[in-house]
Design a protein around this ligand. Structure first.
Ligand SMILES: Nc1nc2c(ncn2[C@@H]2O[C@H](COP(=O)(O)OP(=O)(O)OP(=O)(O)O)[C@@H](O)[C@H]2O)c(=O)[nH]1
Ligand SMILES: [Mg+2]
Length: 249
């Protein structure tokens, strides 16, 4: 209270983070590195893994974290190429952590060249959110282990498309090596950057429409109940069949 009166803000002890980006960029791996556990399924082969937005929680560096994973778009797809279901899931990601995320991590692998179609994909899919989402977005580079002797700044300088993206994010970026989850410093530094972004923003988070968030929550609960009911019915049916068939054998 006192700090607020003096014009300073008290940093939130619960951070809400959403990860978005192209498919196979390393979003789910990033979520696991941040939370320090296997919270999300990671793809081992060359295909899409995450098909729905998912939520997980943890306590990291003494802070409560809520992390949302989302399905990626095929990296050279225009918004029109991406199917409606994926668009809906990506759009819904921010509604899973009402009143809205403090940080959106735009996940981009360092090992990829950002050509015009990649940039176009990023720009068009980011338009699934309001324009002010950029104020709360930080570029999260994965595959830090691929950087070699180059610095991340040199990499950004060598890619014009990347310069546009980083610039649009207010020059905020962070590199993670998801292959080394024992490196806790990389997560600590990321959380510090998120806090810095939060401190510099007038709006503390990307605000979502709470009515819509409640509606999505209710829909998800109803779906969960239906799945449980169907499971019970199927179990009852197979028990009954076993008894009937078992009796006849
Ligand atoms: N070498 C290296 N590989 C990584 C890193 N981060 C992720 N990967 C690998 O990249 C592949 C894709 O990772 P995921 O975390 O499943 O990527 P995703 O963005 O969630 O993929 P979708 O859910 O399919 O959109 C996996 O084989 C990961 O092991 C990293 O920092 N370094
Ligand atoms: Mg994934």
């Amino acid at each position: 209270m006192k700090l607020q009166i003096e014009g300073r803000k008290i940093s939130p002890n619960h951070l809400r983070i959403v990860m978005i980006g192209g498919s196979h960029a390393g979003k789910s791996s990033t979520g696991n590195t941040i939370l320090g556990k296997s919270a999300f399924n990671v793809n081992k082969i060359n295909e899409r893994t995450t098909t729905h937005s998912e939520i997980n929680h943890g306590v990291v560096e003494g802070r409560r974290l809520t992390v949302i994973d989302s399905p990626g778009w095929y990296y050279i797809h225009t918004l029109q190429d991406t199917n409606e279901m994926d668009k809906l899931e990506i759009r819904n990601s921010v509604y899973l952590c009402p009143p809205g995320p403090h940080a959106v991590l735009l996940v981009i692998p360092l090992a990829i060249s950002i050509d015009a179609s990649y940039l176009n994909g990023v720009q068009q899919h980011m338009s699934l959110f309001r324009e002010d989402v950029w104020k709360h977005t930080l570029v999260l580079f994965t595959r830090g282990d691929w950087l070699g002797v180059k610095t991340v700044e040199e990499h950004i300088e060598s890619e014009e498309g990347l310069q546009w993206i980083v610039n649009k994010c207010g020059n905020r970026y962070h590199v993670l090596n998801n292959m080394d989850q024992s490196d806790k410093t990389q997560v600590k530094e990321l959380l510090e950057k998120i806090e810095e972004m939060w401190a510099g923003n007038e709006d503390p988070y990307y605000e979502v429409d709470l009515d819509r968030a409640a509606h999505i929550e209710a829909k998800k609960e109803a779906e969960d109940k239906m799945v449980k009911r169907l499971k019970k019915t199927n179990e009852r049916k197979s028990r009954f069949l076993k008894e009937v068939l078992g009796g006849k054998q």
